[in-house]
Each structure stands twice: as C-alpha cells, then as structure tokens.
Write a protein that binds this ligand. Structure first.
Ligand code: NAP
Length: 290
C-alpha cells in the first residue's frame, strides 16, 4: 500500500483563490482593502525569501503589502517606535515581524508590542490565551494550516488519537491546543511527545494522526507509524541533497494512509493562513467602524 500524498500546494492554491474572492467582495462592499505590514530587520537570506514570497502572495490575493526593511543594526527602541506607528495606522490590518531578529533586539518585547487585533501571526499572549480558551481571533499560521490540511484531506479528527512530536510554542503546543478543543474540526485525544518522552514509538504507533515538528531529518521512520495513519511532516531541513522533512518519507509512505511531502505539504499552508488572518483583521476593522 502506498499512502495518498496530501497536496499542500494544491490545497493552498484553492484556499488562496477563495481568499481572493472574499477580499474582492469586502472591497466592493466596504471599500476596505486588507493591508499587511511586514517588517524585516537585517539581511538574513532565508527571511528575505520568506518576505518576498509573502509580498507576492498578498499581491495575488488583492491584499496591500507594505514592506519595512531595516538595517541589521536597527535598535529595539527604533523598532518599537515603528510598531507603535503601525498599530495606529488605520490602513494596516496586520503586522508581521519576520523572525529571527538581530541579537540586540528582544523578540518578545517586539512581538508583545503588536496590537493583539493586528497580530496576524497569532504569537501575542492575548491571542495564545484566546486560542487556549477556545475563542480565537487569529490562530498561529502553521498550526492553522495543519488543521486545514487535515480537514481538506478528509482526515477524521473528532475522537482520533493525535500524537504531536515536538512542543515548540510555534508548532507543537499550538497544534495540540487547537485539535483538543471542544469544537468543529477538533475534539481529538491529543498526546505531546518531546525529547524526554520515554518509549516514543509506543505513542507514535498508536496515532491515527501523527504530526511531527522536531527539526531533525528523518526522525520518524515507517516502523514507528500505525498502518493507515495520516502523517503531517512539519519539518524543513536543508541538507546538501536538498530539502527534507522530519519523517523518513520513503519508509513512511508504505505504512501511512495519507502523508504530506516536504516540500509541498505544510509549507505552502503557512503563508495561506497568514492571508486568511489578514482578511480576518480587515473584517475586524470594518466591524469596529460599526
Ligand atoms: P523547535 O523550536 O526546535 O522545537 C523542536 C521540538 O522538537 C522541541 O520541543 C524538542 O523537544 C522536540 N524534539 C527534538 N528532537 C526530538 C526527538 N528526537 N524526539 C522527540 N522530540 C524531539 O522547532 P519548531 O520551531 O517547532 O520547528 C520544527 C520543524 O518544523 C523545523 O524543521 C522547522 O523548520 C519546521 N517548521 C516549518 C514550518 C512550515 O511552515 N513548514 C513552520 C515552522 C516550523 P524539547 O522541547 O524536549 O527540546
């Protein structure tokens, strides 16, 4: 048996087309064009690519993209001042500060300075809290993208045994929190594994849905997967041979029922969810206008 490949690229394209239509409808109805401010400090090559891709995706969806590129020696106080200006700017619905930031800037100081209503990355503690109590405005983009992949690939979530390997604030903890909610497209029984988990295989082999976000190439092999399970590989590891995930795709695809490839699985969904959150932020602007 060979697993069905979950086509993240195709699903992302489909959602982006839906967002484009909704952006056009919002504009026609209210004159509001969603605006996303992206702040990039320094010259990190990976970040430059991400920022460029975000700009292109915004443009395609009809979202205004404003880029703020600052030198690597930009100070924390200068950055905080910029964030305050963006918080006040009525044309800016979402603010994204590209991580990592240079060493002289404390990431949490900057992320916590963003108005929670404009925090389209969903990293502000207010938004983390809202997610936790099941009243989210913005879900963090990568975990939201994973949930969407599960739904659109027809993977039953309610009552499923979900095992998440990795407990980062970026991926592991939020996806566990999203899928355990008493809510539609959730209601799963969730276990989180990490480096101190004893007998990890004992957990992964029981998973109907296995989500792997560890940042270690091929950390999970086919013999650790329950036959027929849906496997979501979040990992992006750059090897001399190219990109690879945290799951050993070759052995996993012979056991899993469905599996995401790397690249072309979770990756394209992250930007898509950013667009979705920006649209949500623009709708919030309209609601506030009354
Ligand atoms: P992270 O902050 O480094 O966290 C890794 C987590 O994995 C930690 O909780 C760690 O446990 C756990 N871990 C590491 N090795 C393990 C092992 N052998 N067994 C069990 N648990 C292990 O990483 P992250 O930010 O969550 O990212 C994970 C991966 O996803 C990376 O490859 C990253 O590039 C990728 N990613 C992709 C996207 C996307 O859009 N596709 C977005 C975000 C991240 P401890 O807590 O015990 O140390």
């Amino acid at each position: 048996m060979t697993a069905q490949i979950i086509d993240g690229k195709g699903i992302a394209r489909q959602i982006q087309a839906e967002i484009k239509t909704e952006v056009a409808e919002l504009k026609a109805r209210s004159g509001i064009v969603p605006g996303l401010a992206v702040v990039l400090v320094g010259e990190d090559p990976g970040s430059q690519v991400y920022v460029k891709n975000k700009g292109i995706a915004c443009q395609k969806a009809g979202i205004n993209s404003l880029e703020f590129r600052k030198p690597a020696d930009f100070s924390e106080s200068e950055l905080l001042k910029l964030i305050q200006e963006l918080n006040r700017n009525p044309e800016v619905d979402g603010i994204l500060v590209q991580l990592p930031l240079p060493k002289q800037i404390k990431e949490t100081s900057v992320l916590y300075a963003i108005d929670p209503d404009k925090d389209v990355d969903g990293f502000h503690p207010v938004n983390v809290g809202r997610m936790m109590i099941g009243e989210p405005i913005y879900l963090p983009c990568t975990p939201a993208g994973i949930q969407e992949l599960l739904v659109r690939s027809g993977t039953p979530i309610e009552g499923a045994n979900v095992v998440v390997v990795g407990r980062s604030n970026l991926v592991g903890k939020p996806i566990a929190m999203i899928l355990v909610q008493k809510a539609k497209n959730a209601n799963a029984t969730v276990t989180i594994c990490h480096t101190k988990t004893r007998n990890m295989e004992g957990f992964t082999k029981e998973a109907d849905i296995l989500i792997v976000a560890v940042g270690k190439p091929k950390a999970i092999s086919g013999d650790m997967i329950k036959p027929g399970a849906t496997v979501i590989d979040v990992g992006v590891n750059r090897l001399p041979t190219g990109l690879c995930g945290d799951v050993d795709f070759e052995s996993a695809k012979n056991v899993a029922g469905k599996i995401t490839p790397v690249p072309g699985g979770v990756g394209p969904m992250t930007i898509t969810m950013l667009l979705k959150n920006t649209l949500r932020a623009a709708r919030l602007r309209l609601e506030k206008k009354g």
